[in-house]
Design a protein around this ligand. Structure first.
Ligand code: NAD
Length: 312
């Protein structure tokens, strides 16, 4: 199977590497010129749980894809890069090309269906992680899994085949009967702490120690619970999400971790995905005439910090 990795960053590198190792024909598409140049000359360097490996890869700049066609495209850009990447992918898409989106955040199907027929769209969430050490250099650690599902009810068997491809590569994929629930749950968890840690410049354990943290978190969770029900009839259990969050704050678990928006904004001065988490809930609230003050404030402050850092 010819698999295109659209967005050869941290997660694209992880998935491409593992799929290539399992014998799939993988090629990488990216808009970061230095990344593509290095992949072409030196291959992809993977730091896999302390062991460094270099693998030769086929890589294209998104504006110069050439003659390749893909059977499956795995999207792994940041949310705000998605529309442009989908436009650039046009030359490699056939009537049969399937597209799977494992991005964090909300609202991606609405974007993808402007470019791809619904029967070919698959979505999911993943608990795999990865980190970029530099151009064409990806750090992998820990374990993970994937939940995925078809958008078109007729395409369940095809979704299961995609899960089989991931499983053959050790990516631990499970077919989900209700992936929307998992997508909203992950967005809710991220929305309750990710941007705030970037604004406060703190890790999860430190965030948990601020006065009134529990009240603040519960207010954010309630806004996500409302949004999930309003947009997708998903019944999130705020208490369950609160319990998961409190466990992750434990320093002996993920408490010392700085979430992705902290890594993007504070550590690397890159734009965040806030518009696809808290910003998405705020936008839905405005459309429905419902106030979502916590998501509104977090979104405004995150963009404010981007402006102050000169990256907006
Ligand atoms: P990433 O930033 O590593 O890669 C996304 C894009 O940004 C790629 O096109 C990449 O080439 C480009 N990029 C990366 N570093 C750059 C730099 N220094 N300069 C210029 N361009 C650069 O993103 P990711 O972490 O792979 O995330 C992709 C999606 O997957 C996001 O929606 C994210 O939320 C989600 N996700 C990430 C992880 C994780 O552990 N990284 C885990 C689960 C889900």
């Amino acid at each position: 199977m010819r698999i295109a990795i659209a967005g050869a960053g941290a997660m694209g590198g992880r998935f491409g590497y593992m799929l290539q190792n399992s014998g799939q024909e993988v090629f990488y598409i990216d808009s970061w010129q230095e990344n593509i140049d290095k992949m072409k000359t030196d291959g992809l360097t993977i730091d896999d749980n302390g062991q460094e490996r270099k693998i030769p890869v086929k890589a294209y700049h998104a504006k110069q894809i050439g003659e390749e066609k893909a059977d499956l495209i795995i999207l792994f850009v940041k949310s705000m890069q998605l529309p442009e990447m989908l436009r650039d992918l046009k030359p490699i898409i056939t009537k049969e090309t399937k597209v799977i989106c494992l991005l964090n955040g909300l609202g991606h199907v609405k974007t993808i269906e402007q470019y791809i027929p619904r029967p070919n769209i698959y979505v999911g969430v993943t608990l795999w992680t990865a980190r970029m050490l530099g151009p064409a250099h990806v750090h992998l650690s820990g374990d993970g899994n994937i939940e995925l599902q078809n958008i078109d009810p007729e395409m369940e068997e095809e979704a299961k085949k995609i899960a089989d491809i991931f499983n053959a590569a050790g990516l631990k994929a499970k077919y989900s009967q209700n992936v929307l629930y998992s997508i909203w749950k992950k967005a809710c968890i991220n929305g309750a702490m990710n941007a705030t840690c970037a604004i406060l410049d703190c890790n999860l354990a430190q965030f948990n120690q601020i006065p009134h943290a529990d009240i603040y978190i519960r207010n954010l969770l309630n806004e996500f619970v409302w949004a999930a029900k309003t947009e997708d009839q998903v019944e999130l259990d705020a208490e369950e999400v609160f319990t998961v969050l409190k466990q992750t704050f434990d320093p002996s678990r993920q408490g010392l971790h700085y979430p992705s928006m902290h890594q993007d904004l504070v550590q690397n001065h890159r734009l965040t995905e806030v518009d696809y988490l808290n910003g998405y809930v705020w936008k839905l609230g405005r459309e429905k005439g419902v106030s979502t003050p916590y998501c509104e404030m977090i979104t405004i402050l995150t963009h404010g910090k981007e402006t102050i850092l000169g990256i907006s």
